[in-house]
Design a protein around this ligand. Structure first.
Ligand code: SAH
Ligand code: SF4
Length: 390
């Protein structure tokens, strides 16, 4: 924890907006995927009108930065390069699951590092993107929470993660985007919403193939329900009583479970979509029969379905994930109570690419970036697939 903004408002990132923070030692360029079309048209004032369409098409249909767009004249490229440079520079790449999971560590122009994970399945490819560098929410079981908050990501920094993953996925088609990497998307609300619109309209990924995961910031969840988007919403619940949830997730004190349930109900009413309740199964902590009872009540009231996932190990948290037997008992308890529950296991645990592991320090990484808790860990645990296993 860094003691930075815990309110989940957008204010924390105002200073970073779409430009890197002033701590940068490099020249400050914006990502070419940051400006909207209107702004680009203003910047290209004096050029033939079709240039904006050409540039936009290159960025969003061909996934190419301006310097790689062969149909743009040299002097226009130079003009664009004086303001815009791709933000994501690869600092490290790792693969696991026989090449089906790939993790990138990106270094941004101001030196902060973020991670992106691409997962291939039989019938789809999903990219898990970061919305912030670090996270201020301080969930103890999460490596990003352990490392603390650095800053919000810009629209361009989020879009670039998708565009680069789509390029890397070729010839497979990148079909899904989940905001489940580093950071709390609802604490970077306006930029995340703009990114979602851009992904739907320009990158061309259907709203129903996008999912935003939140720790449960109620005011933003209520706003999100009213956005008139068909984007999926996942709520990281992990405990269904306020005492335990506040212990695991400090922000629960300001966003208690009754309010979360009401927000899920509103989301369902407005969008017709069920919220998915995420539940990382922690041995002896939230995997007991009484936990299943409490969760069943909350899920029923919230009209939500449940996604169970064994807790992934992180360096700063002593408790381990539940055993397969306990998970099986838990899920059958839920189903007996009429709850729609899915069990997932995680991809890429061996390369710290799994949920909650994304602040795992890579060998090439500067220790200062993610703090002393984010040390390299050889997490050679269950590297099973994230597909449904029951
Ligand atoms: N901040 C958002 C999205 C990023 S975290 C959120 O909390 O929802 C993505 C998911 O990983 C969340 O469901 C989060 O609770 C989960 N997660 C965090 N640490 C984990 C761990 N060690 N094992 C399993 N899941 C974890
Ligand atoms: Fe932040 Fe989500 Fe991790 Fe909690 S679980 S610290 S909200 S990234």
């Amino acid at each position: 924890m860094t003691g930075t903004d815990m309110t989940g408002t957008d204010a924390a990132g105002a200073e970073t907006a779409d430009a890197p923070s002033s701590t940068s030692s490099k020249p400050e360029y914006r990502s070419p995927w940051s400006p909207d079309r209107t702004e680009l048209a203003t910047i290209l004032d004096g050029e033939p009108r079709y240039r904006v369409d050409q540039l936009w098409e290159g960025l969003y249909s061909q996934d190419r930065p301006p310097e790689e767009q062969s149909n743009l004249p040299k002097q226009l490229k130079a003009r664009l390069a004086s303001q815009f440079r791709p933000a994501l520079e690869s600092a490290a790449e790792q693969q696991s699951d026989g090449g089906d999971t790939m993790k990138w560590l990106w270094r941004l122009p101001d030196g902060v590092e973020i991670e992106t994970v691409l997962m291939h399945y039989a019938n789809r490819s999903t990219v898990c993107i970061s919305s912030q560098a670090g996270c201020a929410m301080g969930c103890g079981f999460c490596a990003t929470g352990q490392a603390g908050y650095t800053r919000n990501l810009s629209v361009g920094e989020m879009i670039e993660q998708v565009v680069l993953a789509r390029r890397a996925a070729t010839p497979r088609r990148l079909s899904n985007v989940v905001f489940m990497g580093m950071g709390e998307p609802m604490a970077n609300y306006d930029r995340v919403i703009e990114t979602l619109h851009r992904l739907i309209v320009d990158v061309g990924i259907g709203a129903r193939h996008l999912t935003v995961s939140t720790v449960g910031l109620v005011p933003q969840m209520l706003r999100f329900a009213e956005e008139n988007l068909q984007v999926g919403l996942a709520l990281s619940l992990h405990a269904a009583n306020d005492e335990l949830r506040s212990e695991l997730i400090p922000i629960n004190r300001a966003n208690p479970i009754d309010d979360l349930v009401a927000a899920c109900q509103l989301f369902r009413e407005r969008t017709g979509r069920r919220v998915s309740l995420e539940w990382a199964m922690i041995d002896g902590v939230n995997d007991r029969p009484q936990d299943a009872d409490e969760l069943a009540t909350v899920a029923t009231n919230a009209r939500a379905h449940v996604n169970l996932i064994p807790l992934n190990p992180t360096p700063g948290w002593p408790t381990v994930g539940s055993s397969p037997d306990r998970i099986r008992d838990f899920v059958s308890n839920l189903r007996r109570r009429g709850v729609n529950a899915t069990v997932r296991a995680n991809r890429g645990t061996d390369i710290a690419a799994a949920c909650g592991q994304l602040a795992g320090r890579s060998d090439t990484k500067d220790q200062a970036t993610n703090g002393p808790t984010a040390t390299t860990v050889a997490l050679k645990k269950s590297g099973t697939s994230r597909d449904k296993i029951t």
